[in-house]
Write a protein that binds this ligand. Structure first.
Ligand code: PEP
Ligand code: MG
Length: 317
């Protein structure tokens, strides 16, 4: 079965009844891009840009970021490449983005929150993305750790003002599609409002799980709670999917769960449009898509969403 999955890795993933699902890769650098293409990625659902910033003693220049974003978008031709803006926080200090020591860094100033406090650094990244978008219409931008409409509006406002300034200065820039990560429970509760303001959602189930379950994703003592298959997490994902579709936008998943073939049909049944994962997971997930009947998957998803316990969910999968 595994060999069959590998042999068909480069083919599109279509369910038995003809529903095509986008199977994308998560990447952090250019070497991963080559690998992802060979593994059958049809696009990139998450480029983690953190390493550009952590590998550098000073803020990476706009030009060096621009070159990286161009290269990664070019590697995928006309296929979507979703670049996430810097998602870093108190647990990984950067000398050029000074922060107070935090007792609970995961509940502190991380991701978009930090960028909104260091607008100069953030603007370099936004400028680089706006410039890279000119030659690469497949490039999209995604903001991490959005909780409120105000944060999203601030980020969009900064993107717009960077765009206008570049234009004003005669520098070629183009506005990308903008999406958000849904990874803070507040974003699920606010999903209807947020969906009206963006082109896509991508659920970050790694963080969503730890925040919904109030259980640190790196703490072994509470690891029994840290599963994206917990009924509470699954119901939140469904809520986000319904809000996305009501607003007419797409929803993907870029947390680890997207790469688990046991969950593929359930996620299809919940209405998920795109799954983005570590490249090595792609072949098996595509195979799981091919084994799915999307109409039956709706029933499976309903049963799973009605389960009372993680154990029940697992036995249904
Ligand atoms: C997530 O939170 O699910 C996610 C994909 O982002 P990261 O793992 O980089 O926080
Ligand atoms: Mg996250």
């Amino acid at each position: 079965k595994r060999e069959q999955a590998q042999a068909m890795a480069m083919e599109k993933a279509v369910t038995k009844d003809g529903l095509a699902l986008d199977v994308f890769a998560n990447l952090a650098n250019l070497e991963d891009a080559e690998k992802a293409i060979h593994c059958g990625a049809e696009g990139v659902g998450l480029v983690r840009t953190e390493f550009l910033f952590t590998d550098s003693e000073q803020v990476p220049s706009e030009q060096s970021q621009y070159e990286f974003y161009c290269k990664i978008a070019a590697a995928f031709g006309d296929k979507s490449v979703i670049i996430r803006t810097l998602d870093i926080g108190g647990d990984k200090p950067l000398a050029y983005m000074p922060q107070e020591q935090e007792e609970n860094p995961f509940l502190g100033c991380r991701g978009l929150r930090l960028c909104l406090q260091h607008v100069d650094v953030f603007k370099l990244q936004l400028n680089a993305l706006l410039r890279a978008r000119v030659e690469h219409p497949n490039l999209k931008v995604m903001f991490p750790m959005v909780a409120t409409l105000e944060e999203l509006n601030q980020a969009k406002y900064l993107l717009n003002s960077c765009y206008e300034t570049l234009q004003h200065n005669g520098i070629a820039a183009a506005m990308p599609e903008v999406g958000i990560m849904v990874e803070v429970p507040a974003a699920v509760a606010n999903a209807g409002l947020l969906a009206k303001e963006v082109s896509f959602f991508s659920v970050g189930t790694n963080d969503l799980t730890q925040y919904v379950m109030a259980a640190d994703r790196g703490n072994d003592t509470v690891s029994y709670l840290v599963s994206a298959a917990q009924p509470a997490v699954l119901r939140m994902i469904k809520q986000a999917a319904d809000a996305a579709h009501e607003a007419g936008i797409s929803i993907g998943i870029c947390g680890e769960m997207a790469g688990d073939p046991k969950l593929t049909s359930t996620l299809i049944g919940m209405g998920i449009d795109e799954l983005s994962m570590s490249p090595i997971r792609i072949a098996e997930v595509k195979q799981a898509v091919r084994e799915t009947d999307s109409i039956k998957a709706v029933d499976t998803a309903e049963a799973v969403l009605n389960a009372s316990t993680l154990k029940q969910v697992m036995s249904l999968l």
